[in-house]
Design a binder for this molecule. Structure first.
Ligand code: SF4
Length: 91
């Protein structure tokens, strides 16, 4: 295998242990490059909105299908609701 090549060994959600899956998602978010990730204050502010949103169910946004913690971590993402509840960061 080539050095640095990322291989998905378990692509189907039904094959994943839920706790293990979410731990990997958290690690993925923590390891995002700071050029693509919002700062911690913005991240928590976005999640506080999602936490009380009627479109959020078990950590997923029903409007876009994303895990809200991943979507909220990315600078280029915005809330998909109309009107938008939190905005993308300017570059
Ligand atoms: S991204 Fe927007 S619509 Fe989706 S759960 Fe968060 S606040 Fe609600």
């Amino acid at each position: 295998m080539r050095e640095g090549l990322r291989v998905c060994r378990k692509c189907l959600l039904r094959e994943l242990d839920e706790a293990d899956y979410f731990q990997k998602l958290e690690q993925y978010i923590e390891n995002l490059d700071e050029t693509v990730r919002v700062d911690q204050h913005t991240y928590e502010a976005r999640l506080s909105v999602c936490r009380t949103c009627e479109n959020q169910m078990r950590g997923m946004c029903r409007l876009c299908g994303c895990f809200v913690e991943l979507r909220a971590a990315l600078r280029v993402r915005r809330c998909p609701d109309l009107p938008c509840r939190w905005k993308a960061e300017d570059n």
